[in-house]
Design a binder for this molecule. Structure first.
Ligand code: BDR
Ligand code: CA
Length: 311
């Protein structure tokens, strides 16, 4: 079983990813959640992460609050997508479980130092501020990470914050640059693949039809998320970004991928946060990421629905 830490800024699609990871699984074990500012400010992401753990019956999990702003920049949030709470849609009770006392960056460092080298996978669903800060503060942990699986970036798909930039990378391009250069095995789920994981009305209904509190909450979460920008995503349904990372850990056979070199623009006002993917190897730079570019969407939603049924 892969041991994972989920670094996250919930966010409806983050919440669905967390629930998928917490569902019964022979493949993965969640060691803890580290929260970062992103979709909404840190106080809300740290609150929302605990609400989701409680919904899954996992109030025992460590949930740590981390960085409250990107490296050297002001925070950009996405309430227009996720609602003021970051988790608008379902009516979930306020969390009762406390935050873990450690800062997320310390939790990452300490967990990586105490686990056997090469055993802990980091799953990143928000801006990469916590990961980059841990790597900068404790360079010894970098080589101990098994791999990073992240949702972020855009290649041929249009950016969703600027014409060329995806939200997670755009919010903290400096952090993304540090992570992309770290030399850790990296799997990226950019918009190119997540825009193929569309929550159609029938997929949403299948989740609701589970008839459980988790099924209803996930249908409400994805239903709210859908109402953001139907003009952009079409009548079929909106993309379910973050769960693609967990789905890859559970069923890599559902995806097509390619090893490419990825760099991020950290300077230009015009293209800040753009992920430059050398698809054809024209630069001769060594590939530093496995980029997911295609998905079996039916298989993905079947997996999601089956696994959530166990919660
Ligand atoms: C990413 O941005 C956030 O709004 C979502 O949670 C996802 O992680 C998609 O660009
Ligand atoms: Ca997210």
């Amino acid at each position: 079983r892969r041991q994972i830490i989920i670094d996250t800024d919930p966010g409806q699609d983050d919440a669905v990813a967390i629930l998928l990871a917490l569902a019964a699984s022979d493949e993965i074990e969640v060691l803890g959640l580290t929260c970062v500012a992103g979709n909404v400010p840190l106080a809300l992401t740290a609150r929302n992460a605990r609400m989701i753990c409680e919904l899954a019956g996992r109030s025992d999990l460590p949930v740590c609050a981390g960085c409250d702003r990107p490296i050297g920049r002001d925070l950009v949030t996405a309430e227009h997508v996720h609602g003021q709470s970051g988790l608008d849609g379902p009516d979930l009770p306020a969390p009762r479980m406390p935050l873990h006392p450690a800062h997320a960056v310390d939790f990452l460092i300490d967990t990586l130092r105490s686990a056997a080298p090469g055993t802990v996978t980091l799953v990143a669903l928000g801006p990469l501020t916590n990961l980059a800060t841990a790597f900068t503060r404790a360079p010894d942990v970098v080589g101990r990470v098994r791999e990073i699986v992240l949702m972020g970036g855009a290649h041929s798909a249009l950016g969703n914050v600027t014409p060329v930039a995806e939200f997670n990378i755009h919010v903290d391009p400096t952090a993304a640059d540090i992570v992309l250069r770290a030399g850790v095995p990296l799997v990226m789920a950019p918009l190119d693949v997540t825009h193929k994981a569309l929550v159609t009305p029938s997929r949403n209904e299948a989740l609701r039809a589970l008839g459980t509190p988790v099924g209803r909450a996930v249908a409400d979460l994805t239903g709210f998320f859908e109402r953001y920008n139907p003009a952009r995503y079409g009548a079929e349904g909106g993309p379910l970004h973050d769960p693609c990372t967990i789905a890859w850990l559970l069923r890599p056979d559902l995806f097509a991928s390619r090893a490419v070199n990825v760099t991020v623009e950290t300077q230009s006002d015009l293209t800040l946060g753009m992920t430059v993917m050398d698809w054809w190897g024209v630069t001769g730079r060594t590939p530093n990421a496995t980029v997911l570019h295609d998905i079996d969407p039916g298989g993905f939603f079947d997996l999601l629905t089956e696994r959530l049924a166990t919660l």
